[in-house]
Design a protein around this ligand. Structure first.
Ligand SMILES: Cc1cc2nc3c(=O)[nH]c(=O)nc-3n(C[C@H](O)[C@H](O)[C@H](O)COP(=O)(O)OP(=O)(O)OC[C@H]3O[C@@H](n4cnc5c(N)ncnc54)[C@H](O)[C@@H]3O)c2cc1C
Length: 384
């Protein structure tokens, strides 16, 4: 068989991890990214034990020591009072694998620095054409032929619609603000990781980031704010004035230039399949392009890493047939991503139901129910 060529569209976590896996298997990889630079955002990302296992399978879990912090305890609060507290065991780490909060830029750097030298990276390349029949991807002027196209271009990928209609991106009705703060400016905080549910569907969370300092995230109802970072910072200050604990201190310690604003969306329903095979080649969806989930359970990055590991496994098991490998990937991933997407959406709906509903649920939910759910979220193991 000739040298196999893959085109990976998008250099987010899913695309980088897929390029890494494919290059390790000896594929010639072209990685096409519309941004000018490959780098992560100034935000913290929670990797559940499943995501940490996937990083381990990729051989880059050492990066977590540099810019991450194990989450041994996660508190859920409603306004003033503690409603639930998850221990490491409740987060699903019964085999000893920790869940880790990591600086997103550290995660990106680890992925980029482990890419094989033969991976051709094409930044500032906006893919505008995918040809499913002759299998190629292209921008306005260039074309890359391939045996396999990996669509890792996030929730708005046009490729999902080409493979299976009826899996739209849904606006969750809230917008998120996030930031990390270097260790020397990070405020004192009572818990290593906590999330507070307040009035008017507002949430605020914060966590340790080890050597990288600390991070926080907040969601408020509405769409993306058009104002300058300075004004956004003032608005956040106003929205979370009088919130308990270190909330105000986190906001005060943040410079407007450190703020990231993100829309909150998810794919629903999920597509009925994650690949398309044509002759002896094919296209596959990974990461948010396949199954962007509501971020309330912080699962998207872990799922993206799991996808890449599973794709590598499927291609190794089916060295002679790309279509067979893509079938195996699809069969292996579908149940898992459906379960996580369904639960994430359900929790998002509850959290959007107003303070009374959220507070009542947080109070009433027995630890055993939460434990069962949390464990089932992170019970993924790399396929063998
Ligand atoms: C507020 C918020 C908080 C979150 N917190 C967590 C968390 O704590 N833990 C967690 O696991 N997940 C979290 N997530 C989800 C997580 O960030 C995503 O699931 C994950 O980043 C998806 O990675 P991806 O590579 O699939 O997609 P993306 O990160 O969207 O990457 C897609 C890449 O493709 C590029 N691209 C797009 N179109 C083109 C094109 N036409 N041509 C070339 N390149 C293109 C983009 O520039 C981008 O680099 C959160 C999400 C949000 C919104």
């Amino acid at each position: 068989m000739h040298d196999r060529r893959a085109v990976v569209v998008g250099a987010g976590i899913a695309g980088l991890a897929s390029a890494l896996v494919l290059s390790k298997l000896g594929w010639r990889v072209a990685l096409l990214e519309r941004r000018e630079r490959l780098r992560g955002d100034n935000v913290g990302t929670l990797l559940w034990a499943s995501g940490v296992r996937a990083l381990r399978a990729l051989g880059i879990d050492a990066a977590l020591d540099a810019g991450g912090s194990p989450v041994d305890r996660f508190e859920l609060r409603h306004e003033e009072r503690l409603a639930n507290s998850f221990s490491a065991a409740l987060l699903g780490a019964d085999d000893g694998t920790p869940s880790v909060m990591v600086h997103n830029a550290v995660l990106y750097e680890a992925l980029v620095s482990h890419l094989d030298r033969d991976v051709q990276i094409h930044p500032a390349t906006q893919v505008s054409r995918i040809d499913l029949v002759d299998l190629a991807a292209g921008d306005a002027t260039r074309r890359w032929d391939a045996d396999l196209i990996v669509a890792a271009d996030g929730m708005d990928t046009p490729t999902r619609g080409m493979i299976a209609a009826g899996a739209p991106t849904v606006d969750a009705g809230v917008v998120a603000f996030r930031a990390t703060i270097p260790a020397h400016r990070a405020p004192e905080r009572g818990a290593e990781a906590a999330e507070i549910y307040g009035p008017d569907r507002r949430r605020f969370g914060y966590a340790d980031l080890g050597h990288s300092g600390a991070c926080w995230w907040a969601t408020v109802p509405g769409g993306m704010r058009p104002e300058s970072p300075q004004i956004q910072h003032e608005l956040i200050n106003r929205w979370f004035a009088d919130w308990p604990g270190p909330v105000g201190k986190f906001i005060a310690a943040t410079r407007p230039s450190e703020l990231s604003q993100q829309p909150v969306r998810f794919v629903w329903p999920l597509p009925p399949r994650l690949h398309h095979a044509e002759g002896d080649h094919g296209v596959v969806l990974v990461g948010d392009a396949a199954h962007g989930t509501a971020p309330i359970l912080a699962q998207g990055a872990s799922l993206a890493l799991e996808d890449a590991v599973t794709l590598g496994w499927a291609l190794r098991r089916n060295p002679e047939s790309i279509p067979d490998a893509l079938h195996a990937y699809d069969r292996t991933r579908m149940a898992r991503v459906r379960k996580v997407a369904r639960l994430s959406r359900r929790v998002h709906m509850v959290a959007s139901g107003g303070p009374g509903v959220t507070r009542g649920l947080l109070r009433a939910m027995p630890d055993s129910v939460i434990a069962g759910r949390a464990t089932s979220l992170s019970d993924w193991q790399p396929p063998r």
